[in-house]
Design a protein around this ligand. Sequence first.
Ligand code: G6Q
Length: 565
Amino acid sequence: MSSAVRMVQDEGGGPGVLHRPVCRVLQAHHAQMATVHMRDLFAADPARFERFSLRVGELLLDYSKNRITGDTMSLLERLAEEADVAGWRERMFAGDKINHTENRAVLHVALRNRGNFPVKVDGEDVMPKVNAVIERMGAFAERVRSGEWRGYTGERMTDVVNVGIGGSDLGPQMVVQALKPYRHPRLKMHFISNVDGAHVKEALEALNPETTLFIVSSKTFATQETMTNAHYAREWFLAQSQATGHIARHFVAVSANRDAVAAFGIDPAHMFEFWDWVGGRYSLWSAIGLPIVLVVGAERFAELLEGAHEMDEHFRHAPLAQNMPVILALLGIWYNNFFGAESHAILPYDHYLRSLPAYLQQADMESNGKSVDRDGRVVDYSTGAIVWGASGINGQHAFYQLLHQGGRMIPADFIVSVEPHTELQAHHDILFAHFLAQTEALMRGRTREETQLEMGSPEGGSAQTGQFVQHKVFDGNHPSNALLLQKLTPHALGMLIALYEHKIFVQGVIWNLNSYDQWGVELGKQLASRILPELQAAAPVTGHDASTSALINYYRRMRRPHAGL
Ligand code: G6Q
């Protein structure tokens, strides 16, 4: 095992929850389990699926294809207990400022609190303002959807452009894509995030300013990429409409910064508010979800919130041993900290969920990609996994080779719906068969004997000498979870996203991290603001390392002359 993979140390001494006594026991248990093959676990226990699967509403989790026994799960549950997952969970739901480095509560759960029970921040119940914004979003969306809201020439809106990045882009984009079957027939949704001018240019090329509505989505209203694109969009719009007075009908804002919205020229009456206790990557349930409401309507958005709330209730009240987010989190800890797995794959077998891996990549890696614990100490165990993935069925023809025979442990979540959105049942059966085949192959593998037998068969080509047998052997024993949705409805999607949010929360608690700040994104921003004027400077630049200075000077020499210089 490379030293870069920091697992629980034999000799404790360092800080952190992974030095709890139960970790020693887990480590000893890992030593036993390391050589156990799941094939044998299944052979020994016909009830393994019943034992290691769990249903919450329309979501089924089969976690039987993991390298676990009942003992593994009991020990991991003890770890969750010792780390006080239950206590931290209550602190989050109660509005405590668990994001201590920013002195903020973490209350995305309040945004979908469909029970409407009071949630207090600094003694104030936030529910009235949460409900008021949801209502305003619904009313506004209805006006746009019905065609009552008209552009400056009296036309109905046909296109909505969300200008935002990171948490103000990935969530709504993923959900709008996932819920495409529920979309409004007239409104087309576009997302502009990249400050590469090609993104905004290409997106606007096909649009008509008279029928385009812009949502400038930025919590801070100061993000350089978003503001650059928003200003460009404003110029593009004004180039045709000619009057700043028309902006009011074509630009709305989603932000926590009223003054900056007004300074941009958007009427604060057309601003949808959210609050500092909503983290960017947890914000799709807030006004940041406005594109979702516009595309699928207020009722469907409410269903999305209700699904998330159902998962919140499950997470809050189910015992740890039958708690879906807790189970997923503990399995992740098991592989990360005891087997040394470095990454985790998200593999949706659903065309509409193809952006889920990118969404979860931010949710997870920005939350738990940290190595300083809540008490400011550098940890000596590994934390957030590298989350990656893509549409599973396409992945089979691309990167699955490495999953099967690359020799690494890469735990994977397979996500699939029982009922498709199209009437193409034959397609869906094929998709479903492949999902099952992959999880079975990863788990079982194919032994040398089985391979030989197959190669000796007429299909396998008996003429072959057998020198390639080893190439066709699959070790198997690769863990995977299967998450089955009945159908990809707004409700099921809400449950699924909340499931992962809480999984991330639990892992953060066990690793003793603050999952809700993101200091790691700051340094690059700071340096970019220094470098930007240097790119346009008249004299050669020094003062960076030799590489950075040389690259700046190369760019200065080689770029097109700037019109403004
Ligand atoms: C998410 C992060 C980050 C943020 C973007 C956009 O948790 O904080 O992705 O959402 O940087 O920020 P603004 O909404 O302030 O533009």
